[in-house]
Design a protein around this ligand. Structure first.
Ligand code: AMP
Ligand code: MG
Length: 399
C-alpha cells in the first residue's frame, strides 16, 4: 500500500500532455494554450480619450476659468478632422481619438457649456496628458500577449478577440470513457427492484470530468463477469482515459483488477493508504490510462478528485495540476484513526478574515448526500496525532 502523495506523484510523472490541436477561439474556454499569441495591433490603436469631455491644450487652462471655442464633435469610431489650436477645444467622447494639437481631456463635469454659440467654459486647470490613454500603452504591435501553458479563461478569450486570433492552438482535452460495474446496478430510467440501485457513479464521474472540459462518454453498466468487464474495457481503449467504478475490493465478484491484468495492463498501483477509497487501481494499456475506483459513491468522488483531476490537468497541458488547498481552523475536535489519510466532507466559512471548518454529518463512503452539504474536503493527515478545536488543517475547496 502506498501513500496518497506517492500515488499522486506517480500519476503526475507518467502522464504527459496530449498533442495540440487548433480550434476556434470561442471553443477554447477552459483549455490550455499550446502556442504563444502575438498582437497584430497597438492597444489603444491611437491616443484615446478616457472620458467624455473636451480635448484642450493644457497650457491654455492654466488661468481657468477660461473660455474656448469648440471646433468640432468627435464621437468614438470617428477620426478628428481638425487640429486644436490655442484658444480652441474639441468636444470628445470616451474611446475617440484625441485630435492633433490637444494634450489633455477635461471631463464634462469640469466644464460649462455657454449659451453663446460653440463656446465652452473650462472651470479649472488641467495637467498635460490627463485622461488620454497613449497609443500602445497596454499592448504593442508584435508583443506576445498570451503564453503557451496559460489557461484560457474569459479574460484570455477577450484578449484573443482583441488581437483577432480566430483560431488558436491548445492542448487536446482527453477523451474519457466511463464504465460502471456491478450486478446490482440499473440505469436511472429504471425503478430499482429491492436488490438494485441506480448507477449514480456513472453520472457523477461524468460531471466531474466534463466540468474540466474532458470529452466524456458514459460507456454504460457491465455485470460482474470477466467477459462483460473485459469487452467493455476493450471498447474503451480508443479513449485516453477509462474510468471504472466498483469491483476493486476483496469480494468474490470484484474482478476489475483481474481483468486489467488479463489484458496485460501495466499496473502502477492498486492500493493507496486513503479513506475513503483505498482500493484504487491505476494502470496503462496501450495508450490508455485506466483508473479503477471503488464503487461507493463518496470513494469514487474523492478518488476522482485526488488522482483523475491531476491526470486530466496534465493531459490538458497545465503546469499547475493539483487542486488548491487552504488552511482552516477546526471548529470541533476530530477523532483521528491514523495510518491512512482521510478526506471528510466538510463545510468552510470565513469569520473575521479567517477560514473556519467543520465536518458535516456523514455516515461513511456510501453517504453521497452528505457531500451535497459540504463545500470542501477536510484532510486528516496520516501522521496526525489528535485534532483539537482551533487547530489548523488543510482543506480542498470544492466548487
Ligand atoms: P464495490 O466497489 O463494487 O464493492 O461497490 C461498493 C458499493 O458501492 C456497493 O454498495 C455498490 O452497490 C455501490 N456502487 C457500486 N457501483 C455503483 C454505482 N455505479 N453507483 C452507485 N453505487 C455504486
Ligand atoms: Mg461491485
Amino acid at each position: 500500500m502506498i501513500s496518497v502523495d506517492t500515488a499522486t506523484k506517480i500519476v503526475a510523472d507518467v502522464i504527459k500532455p496530449l498533442p495540440p490541436k487548433t480550434l476556434s477561439f470561442e471553443s477554447a474556454l477552459g483549455l490550455c494554450l499550446a502556442e504563444d499569441v502575438q498582437s497584430d495591433i497597438d492597444m489603444p490603436p491611437f491616443d484615446r480619450s478616457a472620458m467624455d469631455g473636451y480635448a484642450v491644450i493644457a497650457a491654455d487652462t492654466a488661468d481657468a476659468p477660461i473660455e474656448l471655442a469648440v471646433i468640432e464633435d468627435i464621437a468614438a469610431g470617428h477620426m478628428p478632422t481638425k487640429k486644436v489650436l490655442h484658444g480652441q477645444a474639441a468636444k470628445i467622447m470616451t474611446g475617440a481619438a484625441v485630435p492633433a494639437g490637444a494634450d489633455a481631456v477635461i471631463k464634462f463635469e469640469e466644464t460649462e457649456d455657454l449659451p453663446t454659440n460653440n463656446r465652452v467654459k473650462i472651470l479649472r486647470p488641467i495637467d498635460r496628458g490627463r485622461n488620454i490613454s497613449k497609443r500602445g500603452e497596454d499592448i504593442r504591435i508584435g508583443q506576445t500577449v498570451l503564453h503557451k501553458g496559460m489557461p484560457i479563461r474569459p479574460q484570455e478569450i477577450g484578449i484573443l478577440a482583441t488581437v483577432g486570433k480566430q483560431r488558436v492552438t491548445v492542448f487536446s482535452p482527453p477523451m474519457v470513457g466511463i464504465i460502471s460495474t456491478g450486478d446490482e446496478l440499473v440505469d436511472i430510467v429504471s425503478q430499482p427492484s429491492i436488490a438494485q440501485i441506480r448507477n449514480s457513479n456513472g453520472y457523477s464521474l461524468s460531471a466531474q470530468a466534463s466540468r474540466m472540459k474532458a470529452e466524456v462518454e458514459i460507456l454504460g453498466i457491465v455485470k460482474d463477469t470477466k467477459e462483460e468487464i473485459s469487452n467493455m474495457m476493450r471498447r474503451g481503449l480508443e479513449k485516453d482515459i477509462i474510468i471504472l467504478s466498483g469491483g476493486v475490493s476483496m469480494g468474490e465478484y470484484d474482478l476489475v483488477g483481474d481483468v486489467m491484468k488479463d489484458l496485460n495492463t501495466h499496473i502502477y498501483f492498486e492500493k493507496v493508504a486513503l479513506r475513503p477509497g483505498k482500493p484504487v487501481i491505476f494502470g496503462k494499456k496501450d495508450k490508455t490510462f485506466i483508473f479503477a475506483l471503488p464503487g461507493n459513491p463518496v470513494a469514487s468522488f474523492v478518488t476522482f478528485e485526488l488522482f483523475i483531476y491531476p491526470a486530466i490537468r496534465r493531459m490538458m497541458g497545465f503546469a499547475d495540476i493539483h487542486r488548491d488547498t487552504l488552511k482552516a481552523s477546526l471548529e470541533t475536535e476530530i477523532l483521528v484513526r491514523r495510518k491512512r489519510r482521510e478526506y471528510r466532507p466538510a463545510f468552510i466559512r470565513t469569520q473575521n478574515g479567517t477560514w473556519l471548518v467543520s465536518p458535516v454529518e456523514w455516515h461513511g463512503s456510501a453517504d453521497l448526500l452528505a457531500t451535497t452539504r459540504a463545500n470542501c474536503l477536510l484532510i486528516v493527515r496520516e501522521d496526525a496525532e489528535k485534532l483539537a478545536t482551533g487547530q489548523l488543517v488543510d482543506v480542498i475547496p470544492l466548487e
